[in-house]
Design a protein around this ligand. Sequence first.
Ligand code: PA5
Length: 447
Amino acid sequence: MKNISLNIEKALGAVSKEQVFAQEAKVMACMATLHNGDGAGNDFLGWLRLPSSITDEELTDIENTAKTLREKCEVVVAVGIGGSYLGTRAVVEALNNSFDALQSKRENPVLLYAGNNIGEDYLYELTQLLKGKQFGIINISKSGTTTEPALAFRLLKQQLEEAVGKEEAKHRIVAITDAKKGALRTLADQEGYKTFVIPDNVGGRFSVLTPVGLLPIAVAGYSIRDLVKGAADMEKATDQSVPFADNIAAIYAATRNELYKSGKKIEILANFNPKLHYIAEWWKQLYGESEGKNGKGIFPASVDLTTDLHSMGQWIQDGERTIFESVISVENPDHKVIIPTDEANLDGLNFLAGKRVDEVNKMAELGTQLAHVDGGVPNIKITLPEISAYYIGQLFYFFEKACGISGYILGVNPFNQPGVEAYKKNMFALLNKPGYEKESAAIQARL
Ligand code: PA5
C-alpha cells in the first residue's frame, strides 16, 4: 500500500534545497530528542508510540461500547472542545457523506457536537432537537473542568435523565477522562458510567488516537482499526531510523522552519476537497498550540479551495509576502461525475463535456499552485492517495511527528499551552467565580 507523500520542489526559491538539507543534523537531533524523551515537555510523549502500542483488547472495548450506543441511540452528542473535539470531527466530516444530516435511511446514529462553544442559541437549538429523540452522550474532557463542555454536559445530562430516567441515562453516557483525577472522573465513578482513560502522557491536541477520538469515530460507523493501522504505518515511515531524505516528517519540519527563518511567518494549509475542512481545523490547533509561544511560531491558517480562491485568493496571490502554503492534494476521489454536454452551451462549458469533475479540480489545483508560486508563495504539497480512515491515520501521525520535531527546531516546548489560561482567568474573574475575588476586583477596576 502506498503512503502519503511530500513534495517540496515548489517551496524552493524562497529557500534552497541545500538550505533545507543543511538542517539534517539539527532536525535528526530534534528527532532523537523526541525518541529519547529528554527534551522539554517529555512527560507528554505518549502519542509517539501510541499507534503501534494500542492493543486489540483496547480497540475491542471501544468497538463494543460504540455498538451499545449505536443500538440505543439515533443521535449521539460528543461533548468536548479543542483536542477533545477536533480530531473526531476531522475524521467524521472527511468520511461522511457531505449531506449526512439529510440522509433518510441511516445505518449509523447521527453524531452531533456540543461543548465546543458557549453559544446560547446553539445549545437551545440542540436541546430542542433532542426532544423526543433517543440520544446518548460521550463526554470528553481530560481535566473535567473545562467550562464549555462542562456547561453543555450539565444541560444534556439533565435532559437525558428527564427523558429516560436516571438509571437508563447511566447506560447512555460514556465519560472519557483522566484515569484518577478531575471532576468528570469523580462524577463517572459516582454514577457508574462506562469510562475510557485519556493517558496522562498524551496532551489534548495529540489525543485523537486515544478513546477521545476512537470512540466517537466508531460510533459514527468508521473503522478505527484502519485509522490506527494508517497511523502505525506512518509511525514506521517517520521513525528516527529512516534517513532524513526519506523521512517526510523530518523534511516537512525542516522546510517550514527554513521558510519561517526567511520571513514566511504564516503557513496556510489548503485543500481542494471540502471534506478536509476539519482536518485543517485540527491541524491549526496542533501547530498553533504547539509552536505559538515565547513570542515565536508560524501562524497556522487554512483555506478551502477553490471556494476561498473567490475570497482569500486575492490576498494569497498579492498580499504581504509573508506566507507559504501547504496543500493537501487528494489523488483519487471516491466517486465519478462526468460533465454533460449542453446543446445551448450558454455557459461555454462544452469544451469540458465528457471530462470528470475531478479533472477540472486537478487543473484548478495545478493552476493555483503555479500562480501562487509565481506570486511569491512557496508551496509544499502533501499527497493523499484517497480520503479513507487509513490515510487519515497516516496524515494525523505525519503531522504530529513533524510538529514535535518542528517545535524542538524552533526552540519551544511543543507540548504545553500556558497561553490558553489567560482568557479563562479573566472570564472567571468577570463571572465572580469563587476563589477569584482578587482577580474580580482587579478586572472590575479596569472596566
Ligand atoms: O490542547 C489543549 O490542552 C486544550 O486545547 C484542550 O484540548 C481543551 O481545552 C480541552 O481540554 P479538556 O479535555 O481538559 O476539557
